[in-house]
Design a protein around this ligand. Structure first.
Ligand code: PRP
Length: 172
C-alpha cells in the first residue's frame, strides 16, 4: 500500500499489549472488570487485550461514531449502539483504539459516569496528545504517537485498512 508506512509493527503491539494487560490486572487486583469496547475501532485491540488481562472480565460494546469519513474529526459524537447490560457497581474500563481530540472519550465518560459504575477508567491503545481539544484522563496508554493520521489494527480510513495487523501512518 503506497500511502502507508508502518509505525508500530505486530511484534511491538503484542509485546506492549501483554504488559498493558498485566498493568491493568494489577491495578484492579482480583476484582471483575467490565471492558467496554468502543466500536468499531477497538475491536481488534479489545480482543487481544482481554486475553492478556486474565481473571474475571466482562465484555460490553458501545457503538460510537465521531468521524464521518476523511481524516479529520467532525467533533460530533453519535451513539450508534448502547450497552446491553447495566454497569452499576462494576469496575468499568472504556477500551479505545485512539484518543485524538479527546471529544469521544470525554463524551463517553460523561455518558457512563451517571450509570453508577464502581469505577470508570479509560484504556487506549494509542494516545495522540498533540491534537487534544479537551482534557481527558487516559488511565492506561499503549503508545503515545505524533499528530499523524494512523490506520490499521482496527483503525480505518473510510472503513478500509482496519484489517492491517500493524499500525501505519497514512499520507494522502
Ligand atoms: C475513532 C476512535 C475513537 C475516536 C477518537 O472513532 O475509535 O472512538 O475516533 O477520536 P477523538 O479523540 O478525536 O474523539 P471513529 O469515529 O473513527 O469511528 P470508528 O471507531 O467506527 O472507526
Amino acid at each position: 500500500m503506497s500511502n502507508t508506512r508502518v509505525l508500530i509493527n505486530e511484534e511491538a503491539l503484542q509485546e506492549r499489549i501483554a504488559t498493558l494487560g498485566r498493568e491493568i490486572r494489577s491495578h484492579y487486583g482480583d476484582e471483575p472488570i467490565t471492558c467496554i469496547g468502543v466500536l468499531k475501532g477497538s475491536f481488534i485491540f479489545l480482543a487481544d487485550l482481554v486475553r492478556v488481562i486474565g481473571g474475571d472480565v466482562r465484555v460490553e460494546f458501545l457503538g460510537v461514531s465521531s468521524y464521518h469519513g476523511g481524516t479529520r474529526s467532525t467533533g460530533v459524537v453519535r451513539i450508534t449502539q448502547d450497552l446491553k447490560h447495566p454497569i452499576d457497581g462494576q469496575h468499568c474500563l472504556i477500551v479505545e483504539d485512539i484518543v485524538d481530540t479527546g471529544l469521544t472519550a470525554d463524551y463517553l465518560m460523561r455518558l457512563l459516569a451517571v450509570r453508577g459504575p464502581r469505577s470508570l477508567k479509560i484504556c487506549s491503545l494509542l494516545d495522540k496528545p498533540g491534537n487534544r481539544e479537551i482534557e481527558v484522563p487516559v488511565d492506561f496508554v499503549g503508545f503515545t504517537i505524533p499528530d499523524e493520521f494512523v490506520v490499521g489494527y482496527g483503525l480505518d480510513l473510510n472503513e478500509l485498512y482496519r484489517n492491517l495487523p500493524h499500525i501505519s501512518v497514512y499520507t494522502p
